[in-house]
Ligand binder design. Structure first.
Ligand code: CU
Ligand code: ZN
Length: 172
């Protein structure tokens, strides 16, 4: 009787160990605050999956229509116009492009589309970016919302104009 009981105990220990070693939920968040003279604000959450990152953005205080939306290379929203955040996050030295192209800045994301009340919600799942490891790690970078649409063609910015909101990406 003692042998099977011992086996059961060992089995339970192994299961317990496997549960403990499961990867923790890998999430990041950016709280967006308006730049000088603007009113856009909101929250962006990032959840890492196997080969992608799920992005959920909720932004208010926008002008109706499309707005360029990127991760920029420096986590510094200190300047009144958020130019302190630098250019698009581009650790792989790629051109600016639509997020459907694998040949793009790691920080290139789909545009925010604001309704008549200036509210935008976006859900997207993107490759390239990662949370917490490797050269494409977005922790400590900045999310920027632009005044104008992104044409996904003009280099290296997409010609999306002034920066209306900025937020640093931090581990959630
Ligand atoms: Cu940008
Ligand atoms: Zn870009």
């Amino acid at each position: 009787m003692k042998v099977p009981l011992g086996s059961i105990a060992i089995g339970a220990l192994v299961v317990g160990c496997a549960t403990t070693m499961e990867a923790p939920r890998n999430e990041a968040v950016a709280d967006l605050a308006p730049t000088a003279g603007n009113s856009a604000k909101g929250t962006v959450t990032f959840t890492q999956k196997d080969g992608t990152v799920l992005i959920v953005a909720k932004v208010s205080g926008l002008t109706p229509g499309n707005h360029g939306f990127h991760i920029h290379e420096k986590g510094d929203c200190g300047a009144a116009d958020a130019m302190s955040a630098g250019g698009h996050f581009n650790p792989m030295s790629k051109p600016h492009a639509h997020p459907s192209s694998p040949d793009r800045h790691t920080g290139d994301m789909p545009m925010l589309v604001a309704d008549a009340s200036g509210n935008a919600t976006l859900t997207a799942e993107l490759t390239l970016m990662r949370i917490g490891s490797g050269p494409n790690d977005i922790i400590g970078k900045a999310v920027i919302v632009h005044k104008d649409p992104d044409d996904f063609t003009t280099q290296p910015t997409g010609n999306s104009g002034a920066r209306v909101a900025c937020g640093v990406v931090r581990k959630a």
